[in-house]
Design a protein around this ligand. Structure first.
Ligand code: ATP
Length: 343
């Protein structure tokens, strides 16, 4: 098992703003860490820097306590699984899995041992002589995982490995990868733009935005105590409602009551914490979406949109007035200018 540590890592491509900007975090040995964030935020570049496929323009990367900042990919003790799988079309499943071992000169008996173990773990036995084109997407994905398993490195890096699979298979593979990571004791760094994937799979999440880390913490920490408005709105579906406290009119004093200067405070409340209440704030319905177990009620408080998750069935026409309330204890406060959480 090995820890992966990034310290002030930066990567700029030419004259552009840094794609990865002063990123520091440590993935503990045996941890599953997701790199999460919107398209273009620098997730893949961060992963490629750890892999040694890109050269950093600043900072230090350590794997298992060893400075690998300038080391070649093969010297880092990592395996990698790509979104595209990167399988060789002309080679069989067996050949694809052991290819990297042959290149590294691992002897035949040892190759056979590792192959057998990976095949057993992944259930690839019946497919060993097929070509990738004769496999389903899920089976191809397993071959790519097989390659990473036989490398027997303490650290594995994965870049959106499930994005080519359909929804059902993605669910299954999420569990499989998680189980595999635990079983092998891998330190796994996993790139995804899918917050549900990150929330359900990872021990800890690095949430990135425009090249920087927005927050690093457990899924519960990001959900329950978002450090910024960005985190608050990125984690959770539908996203947290964020509106200026002053939009609440007379109720503002109640929800902002912490000696805060209300004009500069934004209030965050999750849709599931908003309820209908006879003495609540007046809101005008814009739409109701029926989901089965509950409804999403979309409304406006003045100029500001708000979404409430109402249990069971609820009907209201657009333009109707409802009254909404939430517990003060369920409210998050943010500085409207910096976007940072106010304790
Ligand atoms: P996605 O989810 O869309 O893959 P990402 O979060 O993985 O996005 P990166 O691929 O790391 O983002 O890209 C971060 C930024 O760096 C982007 O603005 C991208 O255009 C830029 N970038 C990435 N690779 C290169 C490159 N080789 N040359 C120039 N710019 C690059």
């Amino acid at each position: 098992m090995a820890e992966v540590e990034l310290s002030h890592v930066t990567k700029a491509f030419g004259e552009q703003a840094a794609a990865v900007n002063d990123v520091s975090f440590t993935a503990g040995a045996g941890d599953f860490v997701a790199l999460l964030g919107p398209s273009g935020c620098g997730k893949s570049t961060t992963l490629r820097l750890i892999a040694g496929l890109e050269t950093s323009t600043g900072g230090v990367i350590r794997i298992g306590g060893r400075d690998v900042t300038g080391a070649a990919p093969a010297e880092r003790g990592i395996s990698m699984v790509f979104q595209s799988y990167a399988l060789f079309p002309h080679l069989s499943v067996r050949q694809n899995i052991v290819f990297g071992l042959e290149v590294r000169g691992v002897e035949k008996q040892e190759r056979a041992r590792r192959l057998e173990r990976a095949v057993e773990i992944l259930g690839l036995g019946p497919y060993l002589d097929r070509k990738p084109s004769q496999l389903s997407g899920g089976q191809q994905q397993r071959v790519a995982l097989g390659r990473a398993i036989v490398a027997e490195t303490p650290v594995c890096l994965m870049d959106e490995p499930l994005s080519n699979l359909d929804a059902q298979l993605r669910l299954e593979m999420r569990r499989e990868i998680r189980a595999l990571q635990r079983r092998l004791g891998l330190t796994l760094i996993y790139v995804t733009h899918d917050q549900v994937e990150a929330m359900t799979m990872a021990d800890r999440i690095v949430l990135m935005n425009a090249g920087r880390i927005e927050q690093y913490g457990t899924p519960e920490e990001l959900y329950d105590r978002p450090a910024t408005i960005f985190t608050a709105r990125f984690v959770g579906t539908p996203p947290m409602n964020v509106l200026p406290v002053t939009a609440l009119g007379e109720a503002a004093a109640h929800y902002g009551s912490r000696g805060l200067e209300l004009a500069k405070v934004s209030l965050g409340v999750r849709p599931e914490a908003v309820r209908l209440s006879d003495d609540g704030i007046h809101a005008s319905v814009t739409a109701v979406e029926y989901l089965g177990a509950d409804c999403l009620l979309e409304a406006r408080i003045g100029d500001h949109a708000i979404v409430a998750r109402i249990p069971g069935k609820f009907t209201a026409g657009a333009g109707e007035t409802v009254r909404l309330a939430f517990d003060a204890s369920a409210v998050h406060h943010f500085d409207s200018e910096t976007g940072r959480r106010i304790q």
